[in-house]
Write a protein of this length. Structure first.
Length: 70
């Protein structure tokens, strides 16, 4: 079960870095019925919300985005 959760969150991080996929769409693509449940699970696993993660991963004007653990 832990392995499956790890895979889902890894895929979610990839989708969130895309910037074109909404949090709700990301939640659905990784198997969550609710973006609220996805947000809670994502926060437990990463320590941040999907939106915060996405903003931190966004490329800055001076170069690439911040380095985030995957």
């Amino acid at each position: 079960m832990r392995y499956l959760l790890s895979l889902r969150m890894q895929r979610a991080r990839t989708l969130l870095r895309d910037q074109q996929t909404t949090v709700a769409a990301t939640a659905a693509q990784v198997g969550y019925q609710s973006d609220v449940a996805f947000t809670a699970a994502f926060r437990r696993e990463t320590g941040s919300t999907p939106g915060t993660y996405r903003r931190a991963a966004a490329p800055s004007r001076g170069g690439g985005g911040r380095s985030l653990a995957t």
